[in-house]
Design a protein around this ligand. Structure first.
Ligand code: NAP
Length: 403
């Protein structure tokens, strides 16, 4: 990547609900320290974003289906930050452009079947070229993936032991974006949702994953967790985040930097008592059932936020999340981790995680794990400690301790 490119980062999808917040984040935290531009399909809306955010950046225009236009955008930047989703609908040509133009890429998809298709199409070429294609850089799946990485490496360094398993427990408050609902509905309508049941969907195909551990099975019901000494329920994002963490573990195995033999990961929601755990499990099950029925999807689409909209500023400011992690070595010794952030997880945390991920690639490429590492990566394998340090500096609380 020695050819001169006019931009360090291009923010594509900058006129969407999340995209507008990435522009605000760059305006507030980056300013003119790096060369950045905004991009999307609609020049008028992009100009409006520029005015609202009081920034004097360039505006680049190309529809998500305009391969030549996206090629021109990708070849002008070192990094593309993409918020134009549903990614299964709007992401293909941009990733294609980034892989061919050797432009690093981050997004906030949670659409695991789409990422599976990216791995099949692009992992080998991106790995050979050292291009880092890193989906899942939002609330899905940075706390799970980076948190697990930090707990495992802390255990290995502090105790000198490989890790047997990690469990993560989430608590949160926040809102729902229209774009997120549109992505979930598209997953159902496209018939790809069934693929999400595979616990090792994102593992390299030639691997034979360790399917034996009970932690590899998605939890179905509330239960008391004796390690946490609290009640838990299935986490609706677990079927996404667990696949990402397992891909990280499998990639580290390949690079001879393993988490531990037969490493397993699972995650849950945490509750004070059984009643809320039961209530949330039933509610999540009913919502999932509704999403699987076309008539109920139509109703939900008319009631819930539309693409382009999302929670109020107050809801986004007052939201929060807390992710507790427990890691256990094969001799039973445990390590605890905590990642927490103020603000709506799907907006404030997502925007911070995504923007800081792009800035890792734009400004600290030589410090990232794995010299010249490329491929369809994960936050842990593509960004690792550099992202953790940037998030700490950006007021995300990250703690690690031996129990
Ligand atoms: N991981 C997480 O925690 C997390 C959190 C929030 C959102 N997300 C995901 O992020 C994505 C965006 O969410 P959002 O709430 O920001 O959605 P949104 O407000 O609907 O934004 C969608 C963006 O896609 C653009 N777009 C639509 N069709 C396009 C096309 N043909 N060509 C180019 N651009 C096109 C829109 O452009 P216009 O402005 O011109 O309409 C807009 O910029 C969704 O997939 C959502 O699931 C993930």
């Amino acid at each position: 990547m020695s050819n001169p490119r006019p931009y360090d980062v291009v923010l594509y999808g900058a006129s969407g609900f999340t995209g507008r917040q990435t522009v605000e984040y760059f305006a507030e935290h980056v300013g003119e320290q790096i060369r950045w531009a905004i991009a999307g399909r609609n020049p008028q809306q992009l100009e409006q974003v520029k005015t609202n955010c009081a920034v004097t950046v360039d505006v680049l225009v190309a529809d998500s289906q305009d391969q030549d236009g996206l090629d021109t955008i990708a070849e002008q930047s070192h990094v593309i930050l993409n918020t134009a989703g549903p990614f299964a609908l709007y992401g293909d040509a941009m990733v294609d452009a980034c892989v061919r133009k050797q432009t690093h890429y981050v997004d906030i998809t949670g659409e695991t079947p789409w990422v599976k298709s990216l791995i099949q199409r692009y992992h080998a070429k991106a790995a050979a070229d050292g291009t880092r294609i890193i989906p899942f850089c939002g609330f899905d799946s940075v706390p799970s993936d980076l948190g697990t990485y930090l707990v495992v490496r802390f255990m290995q360094q502090a105790l000198g032991l490989p890790c047997h398993w990690v469990k993560a427990y989430f608590q949160m408050a926040g809102g729902l974006n229209g774009g997120t609902l549109a992505s979930a509905i598209n997953l159902m309508q496209s018939g790809q949702a069934a693929q999400m049941a595979d616990p090792f969907l994102l593992n390299p195909q030639e691997d034979s994953p360790q399917t034996g551990s009970s932690l590899s099975k998605d939890p179905q019901r509330p239960q008391y967790d004796s390690d946490l000494q609290a009640w838990t329920a299935p986490f609706f994002m677990g079927p996404v985040n667990t696949r990402v963490v397992r891909r990280s573990s499998a990639l580290f195995d390949r690079w001879q930097e393993p988490y531990g033999a037969h490493f397993a990961y699972q995650e849950y929601l945490k509750f004070d008592g059984p009643l809320t755990a039961i209530g949330i499990t039933v509610g999540t099950g009913l919502f999932g059932l509704a999403l699987s029925q076309s008539w109920a999807r139509r109703l939900l689409q008319s009631w819930l936020p539309q693409p382009g909209s999302g929670p109020s500023t107050q809801v986004m400011d007052e939201g929060w999340f807390r992710c507790e992690l427990i890691g256990q070595a094969s001799n039973g010794q445990q390590v605890r981790g905590l990642i927490q952030n103020q603000g709506d997880p799907g907006n404030r945390s997502t925007v911070k995680f995504l923007c800081e991920s792009a800035l890792c690639l734009a400004t600290q490429i030589d410090q990232l794990p794995g010299h010249h590492r490329g491929g369809v990566l994960t936050p842990a394998t593509g960004l690792g400690d550099v992202l953790a340090d940037r998030l700490r500096q950006a007021e995300t609380n990250i703690e690690l301790a031996i129990v």
